[in-house]
Design a protein around this ligand. Structure first.
Ligand code: ASP
Length: 333
């Protein structure tokens, strides 16, 4: 029997057409699917739903919640769901959906393209083919398919602006890949589903990301507190360091914690885990109660913090969420 796949379209380059102001989403899902070879179309039973027509720069928490609801409400009727999405913020959407849809029970696969699907050299057809195959694979979870590779949604990072290999699975092996034997699933890289499928889509939008620069003025924390931010992710230096000489960020961390702010610290380095216990400049931060981001991507750290602060305001529970992997986003070595 053919696998039933739901394709949700949201816009992005894959569905874009040239306009006077540059590329903008213009094609609907039917037009996208029409360009797929007959062999692909005959292989699956595909339903299409156009839910957004946006460049992914405009996809924000409200859209994440809307996409999550469509997926959740449709899960019982399909073997898998493919979401076409712009590449620019796809890693954020893939990460946050991993948290909102824990235990979803079917494959949910995001994909897009570097060149519009109507371009003669498009990568969109290949990416769609891979996404459909993954959606039909029975491997449950939220994934991102691109350039014949499939990765956990919460480990994906866009690392290239134009290359067809735009995404990497950071600090985690691929979940699947296409080769001469077809779609190879690497089960050991796919975390077991987390219990029942429940939609938890509450989010806190008041999360700020700071990339530390040498000499950054600690008063930035006061401004964020005045603006009622509830969470900050700090991309600190190297394995884990923040300045405290002359401009004392550590003292500000203490004040922020006292004011009820949750601070997650990770590294500006893309690869390998941060370890704030290594240097004095990191240990001082840990002593103020900051939460280590370990080997999480920035996209995962930011969306996890938004999601966790949407679930609870209790500092003990917040810390508990960060002491566990919820969807394969963090490793504890
Ligand atoms: N600006 C586009 C978007 O993210 C880029 C893409 O889809 O590749 O919607």
């Amino acid at each position: 029997m053919k696998k039933r796949i739901l394709m949700l379209t949201t816009g992005g380059t894959i569905a874009s057409l040239p306009t006077d102001e540059g590329l903008a989403p213009g094609l609907d899902g039917a037009a996208l699917a029409e360009l797929l070879p007959t062999g692909v179309l005959e292989h699956y039973e595909i339903d299409i739903r156009d839910i957004l027509h946006l460049d992914s720069s405009n996809i924000q928490p409200e859209e994440w919640q809307m996409i999550a609801r469509h997926i959740f409400d449709s899960r019982a009727c399909y073997d898998g769901i493919v979401i076409t999405h712009g590449t620019d913020t796809m890693a954020y959407t893939a990460s946050v959906l991993s948290f909102m849809l824990r235990g979803i029970g079917i494959p949910v696969v995001l994909t897009g393209a570097q060149l519009p699907i109507t371009h003669p050299l498009t990568d969109g057809l290949e990416n769609l083919r891979t996404a459909l195959a993954m959606a039909a694979s029975g491997a449950a979870g939220v994934f991102l398919a691109f350039d014949r590779k499939v990765m956990l949604g919460c480990r994906a990072v866009k690392t290239r602006t134009t290359d067809f290999g735009a995404f990497e699975s950071v600090n985690w092996p691929l979940a699947a890949a296409v080769d001469g034997k077809g779609l190879q699933i690497y089960s050991e890289a796919i975390p077991a589903g987390a219990g029942d499928s429940v939609l938890r889509d509450a989010l806190c939008g008041k999360v700020f990301l700071i990339k530390l620069t040498p000499g950054l003025d600690p008063e930035i924390f006061d401004v964020l507190l005045q603006m009622h931010y509830r969470g900050i992710v700090i991309e600190a230096f190297g394995a884990g360091g923040l300045h405290f000489v002359r401009r004392d960020l550590i003292a500000k961390l203490y004040a922020a914690a006292q004011a009820g702010m949750t601070v997650v610290v990770s590294s500006q380095c893309l690869y390998e885990p941060s370890d704030f216990s290594l240097y004095q400049a990191g240990q001082k931060a840990l002593a103020q109660g900051v939460i280590p981001g370990r080997d999480m991507t920035t996209e995962a750290a930011v969306t996890k913090l938004m999601w966790v602060l949407g679930q609870t305001t209790d500092p003990v529970e917040i810390r508990d969420y960060f002491s566990r992997s919820l969807a394969g986003e963090v490793s504890f070595l």
